[in-house]
Design a protein around this ligand. Sequence first.
Ligand code: GAR
Length: 194
Amino acid sequence: MKRFLGSNRLRTAIFISGTGSNFKNLVRFSLSKNAPIKINLVISNNSKAKGLVFAKQKKIKNKIYRFKNVNKDEKNILNILKKNNIKLICLAGFMKILSKNFIKKFQGKILNVHPSLLPKYKGLNTHKRVLSNNDKFSGCTIHFVNSKLDSGEIILQKKVKVKKNDTPKTLSKRILKQEHILYPKAIKKILVNL
Ligand code: GAR
């Protein structure tokens, strides 16, 4: 993947909606030795997102856009991304769908984590659907974002075995652990010249 080669410590924005465990994990990763990214900005559509508390503790610039007026908010987000010279966007549990226009402006520079083995189970309630279909495996995917929901080029996936007594909660917990390993790996894969 050559698109980011040569860029040192890429200025990165993380988009969140809730708990932000992937966000926290990416901050930890960004502070590790030889990390290829620096996290300069957090965007949330939800003022109550727990991840914002962590952003404040770590003194990472953070902004809330509720996405009630999508056009207006996306325009403002594009402005703030530009102002902060952001080169990479990592969606981390961000539950809003970005417009085609927005994605076009950051083509090939937006990553997402999805809690299923894409192309299976795009969209919401993945764990519930996996369990009701009695699938033996689920997992998680890190992919580039394109204009179709959860359909961009896959960077890395990790399979997770579904257990007999799994509930959406227990399965999501095990998959989330793997997301935390996979996201940094995927970032390294696309950014580090191996
Ligand atoms: C993660 O499991 C992520 O894969 C999922 O939301 C959770 C967020 O957790 N994302 C999606 O479902 C996107 N469609 P976190 O806030 O603790 O990182």
